[in-house]
Ligand binder design. Structure first.
Ligand SMILES: NC(=O)c1ccc[n+]([C@@H]2O[C@H](COP(=O)([O-])OP(=O)(O)OC[C@H]3O[C@@H](n4cnc5c(N)ncnc54)[C@H](O)[C@@H]3O)[C@@H](O)[C@H]2O)c1
Length: 417
């Protein structure tokens, strides 16, 4: 494959595109990895503006899709110089989609490092309050302080007071402080977490309690996404409210429309938005795997993919995948929340901790975690991590039956929004 070298946003970058409107540089001696530029420019519709590729075919694929998660689905490996391939193997390459109107800004979107973060949590209902408790106890290595906001002022006061009264004896500064934050300062933070809901179906309600919330929560998520655009919010915009993955997409679309309603791509970057819903599904799969020996492989070889709800894909094993068993386990996980509801309680404790607090902390630590990120035109749950060069998604040789399930889930999400 013919390559060219350009000066892109102050640094040399390779590309397979011959005619970019950027200053040309002489092509370096590419067999040497240390001579190979750190950036690779590509041009395609949709998907992340910047990411850290885990396979060379992610540079040449015509579009981003769930195929990025499966090394058996991406076709021929392109003939690329050794130095470039080595950089991909070392996860030391940054792919930049110059079709994104804000690709230069995307280069400076770097949620890792630069000290402990300021987190703003919108809504301290059952999920928000439990998540807050877990973050207060577990998050002091990456979270400096937390601001909370809710339409219910009594709830804000209650949670600030309760959190203010949690302290290790004689070490009173060890845990992040929690304080109220008002609407105008909501985006003066590094991480914004959306856990507000207009109406969670009550205990006893039938049907899909997650999708039932789309009509009510969508305008709310869109409102805050537009606010983030107005404030030119440079941080992470995390979504916990249901339905998590369609709400991420709704927030992305709302944040990227101009005053006339036309999509301009000048608001939140696709990768600024993440959905926190897969963590509890993964933890529930482990719960069933500990109790039923048929699912035991999940504990060492299992994976979870897709949305927090219908379309979820649990794989019992990525080494010896059993399709029937995996579908059974998926069905158990999907209805696990209903068992808590049958007992007369709203299921929010495990979700707040496993989907919310734990994945958020892993994300900020640069560790592998379960969350939804943009893959093409859907927000899709998978195993990923943040690197200094962008997000990296795990790529595995997935069996065809499993890949077909991921593709069906992708189509399901695309049909919603
Ligand atoms: N991601 C997951 O794993 C997961 C799991 C379970 C539940 N959830 C979802 O999390 C969401 C929250 O659930 P919950 O049990 O905490 O609900 P809740 O009803 O207990 O709390 C909702 C909170 O949102 C606040 N709120 C409502 N409108 C608001 C607005 N306009 N601005 C600010 N705050 C507003 C309310 O005052 C309340 O405090 C729901 O959508 C629920 O389905 C997600």
């Amino acid at each position: 494959m013919e390559l060219y070298c350009y000066q892109a946003a102050g640094a040399p970058a390779l590309s397979a595109i011959p005619d970019l409107p950027l200053p040309r540089l002489p092509l370096p001696r590419l067999p040497r990895p240390d001579a190979c530029p750190e950036r690779f420019l590509l041009r395609r519709e949709g998907g992340r503006a910047v990411f850290c590729p885990s396979d060379p075919r992610q540079l040449t694929a015509p579009r981003e899709s769930v195929g990025f998660l499966s090394s058996d689905s991406l076709g021929e490996i392109p003939a690329l110089p050794e130095g470039l391939l080595r950089r991909i193997d070392d996860r030391a390459l940054q792919a930049v989609n110059i079709a994104h109107p804000r690709w230069e800004d995307a280069l400076s979107f770097q949620p890792l490092g630069q000290g402990r973060k300021r987190l703003h949590l919108l809504a301290v209902g059952d999920v928000g309050g439990t998540l807050l408790t877990a973050l207060k106890l577990l998050g002091s290595d990456v979270i400096g302080s937390i601001g909370i906001c809710d339409v219910n002022q009594a709830a804000v006061e209650r949670w600030c007071t309760e959190m203010g009264q949690i302290a290790w004896p004689w070490d009173y500064g060890a845990l992040p402080e929690v304080e109220p934050v008002d609407g105008d300062r909501l985006f003066d933070c590094d991480v914004f977490l959306f856990a507000a809901a207009r109406a969670v179906p009550p205990v006893g309600a039938g049907g899909d309690v997650r999708m039932a919330q789309l009509a009510a929560n969508r305008p709310l998520a869109e409102h805050y996404a537009r606010l983030a655009r107005e404030k030119r919010f440079p941080g992470l915009f995390l979504v916990m409210s249901d339905p998590v993955d369609p709400l991420c997409r709704a927030a992305y679309l709302a944040a990227n429309r101009d005053e006339t309603g036309a999509f301009d791509g000048r608001g939140l970057l696709p990768e600024q938005i993440r959905g926190l819903g897969l963590g509890v599904m993964n933890a529930r799969a482990a719960y069933f795997a500990k109790r039923d020996p048929r699912y035991a492989a999940f504990l060492t070889e299992g994976r979870s993919f897709g949305p927090h709800g219908q379309g979820l894909v649990i794989a019992d094993s990525i080494v010896h995948y059993n399709d029937a068993l995996s579908r059974e386990l998926t069905a158990e996980v999907l209805s696990a929340n209903l068992r808590i509801r049958e007992l007369g309680f709203k299921p929010y404790v495990a979700p707040a901790v496993s989907s919310g607090a734990m994945q958020l902390l892993l994300l900020l630590r640069g560790s592998w975690h379960c969350a939804s990120l943009p893959l093409g035109d859907v927000y899709f749950g998978c195993r990923s991590r943040l690197t200094p060069l962008g997000s990296e998604t795990e790529i595995l040789p997935l069996p065809p039956q499993l890949l077909a399930r991921l593709q069906a889930s992708e189509a399901h999400l695309r049909a919603i929004l």
